[in-house]
Design a protein. Structure first.
Lengths: 513, 170
């Protein structure tokens, strides 16, 4: 009998040698005359256990991780195909507290199924949402999404239902669904993980969005740093087409929807929605003035839904289980779950999907198990390069859009980057300005010039010889940040002061070397 | 650290071939971006002579084509080395010592960012986030990401890549 084993085809696992592992296991199996089938799933999100290998046994899936090519002969000797003992044996991976304590809705299938298989997707609730959507009408779908309380997971947290309603209400000969998969924020990788591990959830979410607002054409704007993701997405799209879930007359409903993957070219600013649309039209990725909103005049001037990957990939489960079910998770105005991403100097990094409301401490200590280096934690940046740096005294801040804003931060796309006590916060503040200077689209002066001036001022603060001189430069920095915040056209220049000023506020000593 | 992929074979610059590639996308959404990607992938860079040609294909001025090409980090204007090595400079990798790794890589290869080694084997570039932030620091060689890269790991990798480049050249 052929034994099934699962090895992720996913960037993290791949970056640690998963592809070599697949080859080594196949070769060894052949040599030992062992019949086995290797299924390529996505990652379950425990990056610290990758490459994670799972064997399907009579008593369920048994995991081993991290596994490298050097372990292969040992694994066979240990009879891993029957769940034999080996130093890398983890047992039932879902029983590990790291997984057992998560609340997975959007990522429910991720890492479990063969990533691009429609039948595997359907076997775990896939396409129930689309069928429910086809059984109701535009209003019914949008009502369900509104009831779920889903807010844009890309960072801006705008209510998805309202955006869809706006596009649905526009009269136009052509409308578009554009998925923002230009996941450029450092410390974030949830978009990539769902696109590699459960791409059909995004495909289904976009299809539902198309039906809801009356759009028949969808684009996934994917960053070019994700070449493997492109391959997997295109495979999933082709499989969905072959199964009648994309293309013309979807499931006999008379509705049409197609999806194309469009590659970015290494520009962070193209994660800003209007800049993304310019790029998608083949132009420089320079931002547009708003209004008009893309919902009214978007791609080629047509009404366009621009949603983040996670927002769209959360739609199938909302339509499957109902908006009210989704809204039972979370708290206040932050409803549902958020896939938090633990990265940087962290022992057990990876993707943790939880309802809003757990604290930063729970995330970092309970899931992350502290720093990778074992040194004391000193700073945490939440929400990407435009998010605030928090000191450990703010560790008890609940992960919730409003609570984070109250503490002077922002949740953004849910990326959490941990730094130990070797971090130089003046250097980090300078880097925020430098990054803005490198990646600014150049359209508005506060961002383009302000970021360069920001680097210079921070240099002068650090090099100041007297306290008076330093204080004077601090006034200039504050003034500059105020200008950037209030006069920049988009969030790039407008939010860069957040990490800078939070570093000044919480880590003042680092600026006095 | 083991080598995970071999070198990409770029073709010698050929304007006619580039034009043919571009014409395929003449009436596509964002056709110019697609054409630039295709040219970049085929030749490793976008030659200056492509500006006027692309303008004609897409009914744009040479300045507009130049504007788009120069806006994006991915589109190079001169032939790169056999491998393009990108070292992540963003926060998550900084938290795991990417600054030091970057310095060591620069010293080892004897080049700064945006430069190519004398051997022609490596072009070094910065990159801001490869989306593998729980396994920092990260680098990317052509289309392959490598996680938890140490200085010694990079040395071993660079050696095997250089050997593979030579074998390819023979």
């Amino acid at each position: 009998m052929s034994i099934k084993i699962y090895i992720p085809r996913e960037t993290t696992a791949d970056s640690l040698g998963a592809e070599l592992l697949v080859k080594a296991i196949s070769t060894e199996a052949q040599y030992r005359n062992q019949d086995l089938e290797i299924v390529r799933n996505g990652s379950r999100g425990a990056c610290w256990l990758e490459p994670l290998l799972e064997v399907e046994t009579e008593s369920g899936r048994i995991a081993y991780g991290p596994v490298t090519t050097e372990d292969v002969a040992d694994l066979f000797d240990a009879d891993f195909l029957a769940g034999g003992k080996h130093p890398s044996l983890l047992g039932d991976v879902e029983a590990l507290p790291w997984f057992a304590n998560q609340e997975r809705l959007t990522f429910a299938r991720c890492g479990i199924i063969e990533a691009t298989s429609v039948s595997a997707y359907e076997s775990l609730g896939g396409y129930v949402g689309l069928n429910n959507a086809l059984a109701t009408d535009s209003n019914g779908i949008i009502q369900e999404v509104s009831d779920s309380g889903l807010r844009g997971r890309g960072g801006a947290a705008f209510p998805t239902g309202i955006k869809w309603r706006t596009v649905a209400d526009c009269k136009a000969d052509q409308k578009y669904i554009v998925c923002n998969a230009d996941e450029g924020d450092s410390g974030t990788f949830s978009d990539r993980m769902i696109m590699e591990g459960d791409p059909l959830s995004l495909v289904e979410g976009m299809t539902i969005a198309g039906i809801a607002v009356g759009a028949d054409k969808g684009y996934i704007y994917l960053r070019s740093e994700y070449p493997l993701t492109q391959v997997i997405l295109e495979e999933a799209i082709a499989n969905a087409e072959a199964a009648g879930y994309l293309g013309e007359n979807i499931q006999g409903s008379g509705k049409n929807f197609t999806i194309e993957v469009f590659m970015g070219a290494g520009a962070y600013i193209c994660g800003e929605e209007t800049s993304l649309l310019e790029s998608l039209e083949g132009k420089r990725g320079q931002i547009r003035f708003k209004p008009p909103l893309p919902a009214i005049e978007g791609l080629y001037g047509k009404p366009t839904v621009v949603n983040n990957v996670i927002s769209l990939a959360s739609v199938p489960v909302i339509l499957e289980k109902g908006g009210k079910h989704y809204a039972e998770y979370g708290q206040g105005r932050s409803l549902g779950t958020m896939p938090f991403q633990l990265g940087g100097n962290i022992k057990q990094g990876g993707l943790v999907e939880k309802a809003f409301g757990l604290t930063l401490r729970q995330l970092i200590e309970d899931f992350g198990a502290g720093t990778a280096t074992g040194r004391p934690l000193r700073a945490i940046q939440v929400g990407g390069p435009l998010g605030a740096y928090f000191p450990d005294s703010l560790l008890d801040t609940p992960l919730d859009y409003e609570e984070f804003a109250k503490a002077g931060g922002m949740l953004g796309h849910g990326g959490v980057v941990v730094f130990d006590d070797s971090v130089d916060m003046a250097k980090q503040a300078r880097f925020s300005m430098e990054f803005c200077a490198v990646e600014s689209c150049g359209k508005c002066t506060p961002c383009r010039i302000g970021s360069v001036r920001g680097m210079e001022v921070i240099d002068r603060i650090v090099e100041a010889e007297t306290a008076e001189a330093r204080a004077a430069e601090h006034i200039v920095l504050k003034d500059l940040c105020e200008t950037m915040e209030s006069a920049s056209l988009c969030a790039m220049g407008g939010l860069t002061p957040i990490p800078v000023l939070s570093a000044v506020k919480h880590f003042a000593a680092d600026f006095e070397q | 650290m083991q080598q995970l992929a071999g070198p990409i074979k770029y073709q010698e610059w050929n304007l006619d071939l580039a034009r043919k590639a571009a014409q395929e996308f003449a009436d596509h959404t964002g056709g110019l971006m697609k054409a630039l990607h295709k040219i970049q992938e085929t030749f490793g860079y976008v030659d200056d002579s492509a500006m006027l040609m692309l303008g004609k294909v897409f009914n744009l001025s040479r300045a507009e084509v130049h504007g788009v090409t120069s806006f994006y980090h991915d589109f190079k204007r001169s032939k790169p080395g056999t491998y393009t090595v990108k070292v992540c400079q963003a926060e998550a990798c900084q938290a795991m010592g990417s600054d030091k790794l970057t310095e060591e890589i620069k010293a080892l290869l004897g080049v700064d960012f945006h430069e190519t080694t004398a051997s022609g084997d490596f072009t070094l570039e910065p990159v801001y986030c490869l989306g593998n932030c729980a396994c920092s620091p990260n680098i990317m060689v052509d289309k392959q990401t490598y996680g938890r890269v140490s200085v010694d790991g990079f040395k071993a990798l660079a050696d095997s890549l250089a050997v593979a480049a030579k074998a390819e050249a023979v």
